[in-house]
Design a protein. Structure first.
Length: 185
């Protein structure tokens, strides 16, 4: 059963990765870098600060720092525990795929997917009552994590698992944030 799931994951990866085209490689290399999303993050913090104030935005940033640290470290534990090869390093398929970027670290599960989803869930749960179309924030982890498939760095199950883990961590940190806010009021 697990072997069949892994085979399907590899087949789906080959299909998705094969949709890429070299004229778009630089775009996806840009998308995959966290720093390039800075204007988006600044805009979100600006919108959030307008509604919750400077003191609370500082608390949100503190919780985000803790959330990203926890998510990143737990993701690394999983990667080192499972030691799944990245598609670009997998000798079974790397001759059939487009490798735009390579890495020697392990693949399962995606830190890009887990961190972006966890932070988006956390921010979404805080900001959703203030703005009508906050669900659009979820385009960020979708695009950001898909870049990892496009580049040849993650399998779809790595991304999906990262999303699930990110949702759980984002929700947990939101609940902790709410408890903290209630205690300080």
């Amino acid at each position: 059963m697990v072997d069949e799931l892994i085979r399907l994951d590899k087949d789906f990866f080959i299909f998705l990765n094969g949709l890429g085209s070299s004229p778009f490689d630089n775009l996806w290399l840009m998308i995959t870098k966290q720093f390039n999303w800075a204007p988006f993050f600044i805009a979100i913090f600006y919108l959030l600060q307008r509604k919750i104030g400077w003191k609370n935005i500082g608390i949100v940033i503190l919780f985000l720092a803790l959330l990203i640290t926890a998510t990143d470290q737990i993701t690394n534990l999983f990667k080192n525990g499972f030691q799944r090869l990245r598609p670009c390093s997998d000798p079974e398929i790397n001759e059939f795929i487009r490798i735009v970027k390579s890495s020697k670290t392990f693949s399962f599960f995606s830190g890009h997917a887990s961190n972006s989803t966890a932070s988006t869930v956390f921010i979404f749960l805080i900001i959703r009552t203030y703005y009508k179309h906050t669900y659009l924030l979820f385009l960020f982890p979708l695009i950001f994590a898909y870049s990892r498939i496009y580049l040849g760095l993650h399998f779809p199950l790595d991304i999906a698992s990262g999303y699930v883990f990110g949702i759980i961590i984002g929700f947990i940190f939101y609940k902790l944030y709410c408890l903290f806010i209630k205690k300080t009021e």
